[in-house]
Ligand binder design. Structure first.
Ligand SMILES: Cc1cc2nc3c(=O)[nH]c(=O)nc-3n(C[C@H](O)[C@H](O)[C@H](O)COP(=O)(O)OP(=O)(O)OC[C@H]3O[C@@H](n4cnc5c(N)ncnc54)[C@H](O)[C@@H]3O)c2cc1C
Length: 428
């Protein structure tokens, strides 16, 4: 009997694990190399004062079909939990309900015509089937054309500026459209948003994948950063990690693209990878003795507050003892002065901002906290991005490369990473 062919997968996030799992099912041997000491990548958990939570918040939408299919395949089809959730909008110094037709009609920060235009915009976004011309349009121009410049300035500019900073004027409308559609269609009714979480958190899926990979004879090697893809005669023949060569018949890379030039300097189109920009995040996770709001997600448009919103995760997955688990993401390029601040300073900024939203919240409510930092947290996708993406199958035989921006115009998400990881395994 011929020996099984061997694929080495770089990265044990959702994409890499899904790829290895699928490759094993297709009769390959698989080894996953992961730089971090734990599997899961952006979906990994940590201990927040005795509570196992994601380092970065994760909710599931009704559209996340690849996640449901994988959960079913792993025997976890009954682990999805669906919860009626709501959104808030902190504008003009007050917190307002947001994200449904009645909240829009009642919003005191919008005029009558603005409400009508905003409603049409949100409705059309969820009904649109394909990006079409949005691929070549700037997000600001698209939103302004529908809603008017005043609505852009009031509600959207603060969010874009605090997420993308100097790059905020160059974001693809197709990218923001897929975000609006994914959340906008995750509803029980027009009035009721419904979001999901996996029982036990994303870790449930991550650990089940690792177990399934190991049970099928594969290996997940942690604290094993890949140093170089070995290329001979135009073909990927292995990966160097820890000074040793792991031989391979094929290599699938799922690590962030900014790392690719160092890993595979032989690639003829390195400039295409170098051109992909990423924003970092310092994500403050707080365990508080009291809730900040009744909403899952709150957008923030307030010049005194340096974050674009916060996620009150315990309003989706309740925490023990009625505690609140709140994430406050500070997105920024790593050149931003805030990146150099200490974790405690960033935590204090998060707490001060939350206290403006709910003056009842004070440092005395803080039970546990953590700042998760990710250098490559969010790819920046300008108009025309689809044409700039290098192909997943590279010019080096046997080498496929992707990360979260390769499923553009979809935004990063576990479901899309799973889908693309499996597709790469199918293409072996
Ligand atoms: C703040 C935040 C909020 C989010 N919210 C949601 C949400 O609500 N819902 C949702 O579905 N998704 C959400 N996401 C996105 C989701 O987490 C990602 O799309 C998904 O987890 C990406 O999986 P991946 O495997 O593609 O990439 P990653 O998880 O980034 O995996 C890449 C892996 O490669 C590893 N690596 C890096 N360098 C090397 C090397 N040299 N050798 C070996 N390994 C290496 C990394 O350590 C990492 O584990 C969020 C992400 C962030 C940051």
């Amino acid at each position: 009997m011929a020996a099984k062919r061997h694929v080495v997968v770089l990265g044990a996030g959702a994409m890499g694990l899904a790829a290895a799992h699928r490759a094993l099912a297709r009769g390959w041997r698989a080894t996953v190399l992961e730089a971090a000491p734990e599997p899961g990548g952006m979906a990994a958990h940590f201990d927040l004062g005795g509570l196992s939570v994601e380092r970065y918040y994760h909710f599931v939408c009704r559209a996340d079909a690849p996640t449901f299919a994988l959960l079913a395949e792993l025997g976890l089809g009954d682990r999805m939990r669906w919860v009626p959730t709501s959104m808030g909008n902190f504008v003009g110094g007050a917190l307002h309900p947001w994200g449904d037709p009645v909240s829009l009609l009642r919003a005191p920060f919008l005029g009558t015509l603005e409400k009508l235009r905003y409603g049409l915009f949100a409705f059309a976004a969820t009904k649109r089937g394909a990006p079409g011309r949005l691929e070549h349009v700037n997000a600001r121009d698209w939103i302004t054309a529908w809603c008017g410049a005043a609505v852009w300035d009031k509600l959207w500019a603060p969010l874009f500026d605090l997420k993308f900073h100097e790059l905020s004027d160059d974001i693809s409308a197709a990218w923001i459209w897929t975000r609006l559609k994914r959340v906008g269609t995750s509803r029980r009714s027009p009035m009721q948003e419904e979001l999901g979480h996996i029982e036990g958190g994303s870790e449930t899926l991550v650990h089940a994948l690792v177990r399934a990979i190991e049970a099928a004879g594969g290996a997940v090697r942690l604290s094993a950063p890949a140093e170089r893809v070995a290329v001979e005669g135009g073909r990927a023949v292995g990966v160097r990690a820890g000074g040793q060569l792991v031989p391979a018949d094929a290599v699938i890379s799922t690590v962030p693209t900014p790392l690719i030039p160092r890993l595979v300097p032989e690639l003829p189109n390195l400039t295409a990878y170098e051109a992909i920009e990423n924003i970092g995040v310092a994500c403050v996770a707080l365990r508080l003795a009291r809730p900040v709001s009744r909403h899952f997600w709150v957008n923030v448009s307030d010049s005194r507050i340096a974050f674009p919103g916060f996620v009150e995760f315990s309003n989706l997955r309740p925490a023990p003892g009625g505690d609140a688990v709140v994430y406050v993401p500070f997105y920024m390029p790593r050149s931003h002065p805030r990146w150099a601040m200490t974790d405690a300073t960033i935590r204090d900024e998060a707490m001060a901002g939350l206290a403006l939203v709910n003056p009842g919240v004070s440092p005395a409510d803080l039970r546990a906290w953590h700042v998760g930092r990710l250098r490559h947290a969010q790819p920046v996708c300008p108009p025309g991005f689809a044409a700039k993406l290098p192909p997943v199958r590279t010019a080096i035989a046997g080498l496929q490369i992707a990360d979260t921006c390769f499923y553009y115009p979809e935004d990063r998400g576990i479901a899309e990473s799973v889908r693309l990881g499996r597709a790469m395994a199918e293409a072996l």
